[in-house]
Design a protein around this ligand. Structure first.
Ligand code: TRP
Ligand code: ZN
Length: 852
């Protein structure tokens, strides 16, 4: 596998040809599909003689150039290309070829999800359908005709608007779709199936009526309400916040069960992982409802940030993804709780992106090179990318940011552009110089900020030192430029001042004349994605007084981290932390926010601070603290639990969600006691509650503290939901995340469960993916956890390389592990790279992890 090719940004060349129109005819049959691809092509670079089309495993039937059938001396087919020799300046090319969607287990290109034909073409799936200039800077007008059996596939969808339909004598029918907007091939989509539909409409700001359809397997229509509501909320929000209206009269969404990612923004025809469409209170958790709202919005927002303005090349991916994630985060913050949303976003960033950024797979949000582009749909490109846009928003201010996005849309509509073009618009419209800011696009690793405070003679001096990690190749990197929101508080908790500092040099000094030494509240709202290192801390004070909901949360977490770390050093539990925790328990604040404050630092947070990670030590200390808290505050926790446990409430408004999160947090904290009382509480909750949120929490707790009751509840759960694959995902996840002994054996056995299917990515993620993030068992010192996951990576790689390389991500912490675990990991990872047929997807990740 050492012959894998690397693609470099610096090698970018503009396309030599353009495609004006692409007319496609798909004749769908059970065991093959015939594609007829008619393109009108123009030479852009008059020096080129041959056209090289991307085409994977082409099975060519016929090829015509300007209606002349070409002999095989006029073209060359190899593994990934079709080259047509000696082409004129302007010509028509007709290609007829055959593909096999029912055999496509990679879920890339045209494939079948159950009985539904569907496509996934981002980033490079289209070349598996038909030969094409499969790159985002080639944009064409598409017209698509689908022909299939009318009974099996009554619904035939593609991008744009329907133009005409026809019936054939043999029980087949056809529909033609026209998409007026030129687009790159990665936004092409088709769907064929026997689907149920939910319909609605949206009236745009300019009074255009848009028809909205959500298609799903029949029987699931009632589960599309929340998705539809979210779509209309997103459409309205984009009009109000960005002045962006929808540009077609039809918006289709299709939910499919087999999908590699969350969803895809194909023009006018979004295709979704059904997990991000279908929900009702009986089968979906509150978190699922939130997830649907944000993914529906994300894909809708892509219509402007991604589709109308797309990427020049895939190195620019963050241009659309970072910006669109930032947009969906703001949308969710506006529609729900701002403070909770921000904390959740930062939590997610730190759990996944910080780990990636600290590993040998770290890369800038705009990478310089890749082996498999599919590997770069990462937390860095998406979530860190969104933080970069957020910082621009902070630097410009709301009003200038809006002017700048207006200019961006005005200047680049209909084009395929670069992150530099985005930065140009941001800077031009606002007058803010962003030159020094660009570093964020080209460097990797999470920067640290070291803080020192000194108070002398009425002067408070704040010294900030940037500690910028080296790049993965060892090269030195430059200091960053960013906004740092701070406040200084007086000793009664009042804000003396609050401002946004600009950090740009290696070392910065800020001096304030003050009567007494203030308390520093730093990186408010998490204004920059950095790690703050403070010698002195005022965590208890900030927990109590800080008005900034993020810093209040942050201080709670940091204090918790220090407390657990001192337990790891063999010290007793810090009573001051316990006191602060108690006052949090007693505060009267928004319940969802309170539930976050009461969450102890995650194992991942603790692990990231260790120079040599040992999960056993972390678990031991954390469990000690959990037991201490549960014992000490048993009554209080129980009071809160009882106050808010409303088993027959299934509303999903903010208040009900808040009540469920606080009481479930209390139950979870109480579960450290592992006594009969808690088991009974959890068991009753499982039996009484009518929401999936409550039942999933109860099931999880029982699984971890009471094998006997867990078994009964699980059997009941299984019986009820065995045919609902989305719910079965939860079942598998709970079992795979279990801390109980024997988890690995049970996970292995569950692979043979009737409800499990290795071809469905959601199920693989729930069982194998969750196990690989179960630090307790995955990192067991005997190495069996590693062996099992590597076996699965090698197996699943043959079915779906993108899935397999996702699983390999669990090994990203390799370098930081203790010697014993590291050795066990290495043995297994060596086995991956020496596997002859391993995909470039998996090879890229694993070879970077073990540095070969
Ligand atoms: N553009 C999609 C999104 O973020 C991402 C995506 C969906 C994707 N399916 C994929 C990326 C398959 C790679 C492969 O909204
Ligand atoms: Zn996206």
């Amino acid at each position: 596998m050492s012959n894998v090719q690397t693609t470099y940004l610096k090698d970018y060349k503009a396309p030599e040809f353009g495609i004006k129109n692409c007319d496609l005819v798909f004749e769908l049959f059970e065991d093959y599909t015939q594609v007829t691809n008619m393109m009108s092509i123009v030479k852009v670079d008059k020096n080129s003689k041959n056209i090289v089309l991307n085409s994977v495993d082409l099975e060519l039937t016929e090829l015509y150039l300007n209606d002349l059938k070409l002999k095989d001396t006029r073209y060359i087919i190899d593994k990934e290309t079709l080259t047509v020799l000696d082409v004129p300046d302007d010509f028509k090319l007709i290609i007829i070829n055959k593909i096999y969607p029912h055999l496509n287990s990679e879920l890339d290109g045209l494939y079948k999800s159950g009985d539904i034909f569907c496509t996934q073409n981002e980033p490079e799936g289209f070349r598996r359908i038909t030969p094409y200039l499969d790159r985002p800077d080639v944009m064409a007008v598409f017209k698509t005709t689908l022909v299939a059996n009318r009974e099996k596939y009554p619904i035939l969808l593609s991008n744009g608007n329907t133009a005409s339909s026809f019936k054939l004598d043999d029980g087949r029918h056809g529909i033609t779709w026209d998409d007026p907007h030129p687009k790159p091939a990665y936004l092409f989509a088709l769907v064929a199936g026997d689907l149920g539909v939910v319909k609605d409409t949206f009236k745009t700001a300019s009074a255009k009526i848009v028809r909205l359809n959500i298609y799903t397997d029949k029987g699931n229509e009632s589960k599309c309400k929340h998705a539809m509501k979210s779509l209309k909320e997103a459409m309205l929000w984009d009009e109000e916040k960005y002045g962006r209206e929808y540009d077609l009269t039809l918006y289709n969404i299709v939910a499919v069960d087999s999908f590699n990612m969350g969803a895809m923004e194909n023009k006018g025809l979004n295709i979704f992982n059904s997990a991000y469409v279908l929900a009702d209170e009986d089968t979906a958790t509150d978190a699922n409802f939130m997830g649907i709202q944000s993914v529906i919005a994300h894909e809708y927002f892509h219509n402007w940030t991604g589709n109308r303005i797309t990427c020049r090349d895939w190195f620019q991916l963050t241009l659309k993804e970072g910006l669109t994630v930032f947009r969906d985060q703001c949308f969710s913050a506006d529609l729900n709780s701002k403070e909770v949303q921000r904390i959740e976003d930062v939590k997610a960033l730190r759990e996944r992106q910080f780990v990636e950024d600290a590993s040998p797979t770290a890369h800038p949000i705009q990478p310089n090179s890749y082996m498999a582009i599919n590997n770069f749909y990462t937390a860095t490109v998406y979530e860190k990318g969104a933080e970069i846009i957020r910082m621009i928003h902070t630097l410009l201010g709301e009003e200038n940011y809006r002017k700048a996005t207006d200019l961006y849309f005005e200047s680049f509509d209909g084009q395929a552009v670069r992150t530099d073009d985005f930065l140009w618009a941001m800077s031009k419209a606002s007058g803010v110089d962003l030159k020094a800011f660009e570093t964020w696009y080209h460097q990797s690793g999470t920067p640290k900020l070291h803080v020192e405070e000194r108070y002398e003679n009425g002067e408070y001096k704040l010294t900030l030192t940037q500690k910028v990690p080296n790049a993965v190749d060892g090269s030195e990197q430059k200091p960053y430029y960013y906004p740092l929101k701070i406040a200084l508080l007086s000793d009664n908790g009042k804000e003396i001042l609050a401002e946004t500092l600009i950090v740009s040099k290696d070392k910065e000094e800020f001096v304030y004349k003050l009567k007494s030494k203030p308390v520093l509240s730093i990186n408010r709202d998490f204004s920059a994605p950095v790690i703050v290192e403070q010698k002195e801390n005022n965590y208890p004070f900030l927990m109590k007084f800080d008005k900034n909901s993020f810093v209040k949360y942050e201080s709670t977490q940091s204090f918790g981290v220090l407390t657990i770390e001192s337990i790891m050093e063999g010290k007793v539990v810090d009573e001051e932390y316990i006191k602060s925790f108690e006052s949090l328990l007693n505060t009267d604040i928004d319940l969802s926010y309170k539930a976050l404050l009461l969450e102890l630092p995650t194992v991942s947070t603790l692990m990231q601070r260790q120079t040599e990670v040992d999960f056993e030590l972390i678990y031991e200390a954390k469990e000690k603290l959990e037991l201490h808290i549960a014992t000490k505050f048993q009554d209080k926790l129980l009071d809160i639990y009882k106050k808010y446990h409303k088993p027959t409430c299934k509303d999903i408004d903010a208040k009900s969600i808040g009540e469920r999160s606080i009481k479930n947090r209390c139950l979870k904290l109480l579960s450290a006691l592992k006594n009969d009382e808690v088991i009974e509480l959890a068991n009753n909750q499982y039996n009484e509650s009518i929401t999936m949120t409550d039942r999933a929490v109860a099931l999880d707790i029982l699984e971890n503290i009471s094998p006997a009751f867990a078994e009964i509840a699980q059997a009941d759960f299984y019986k009820k939901y065995k045919d609902d694959t989305l719910v079965m995902n939860k079942y598998f996840s709970i079992l795979a995340a279990s801390h109980r002994e024997g988890t690995l054996d049970r996970v292995m056995a569950l692979q043979n469960d009737n409800a499990y299917n290795e071809l469905v990515p959601n199920l693989v993620r729930s069982l194998i993916g969750v196990f690989a993030r179960n630090y307790k068992h995955f990192h067991a010192k005997d190495g069996y956890g590693y062996k099992f996951v590597v076996d699965k990576i090698i197996d699943i790689d043959k079915i779906n390389p993108q899935m397999a390389s996702g699983l390999a991500g669990a090994f990203k912490i390799y370098e930081k592990m203790n010697i014993e675990n590291k050795k066990a990991m290495k043995t297994e990872l060596d086995r991956v790279v020496s596997t002859q047929s391993i995909s470039k997807n998996v090879y890229e990740i694993v070879s970077k992890i073990i540095k070969i």
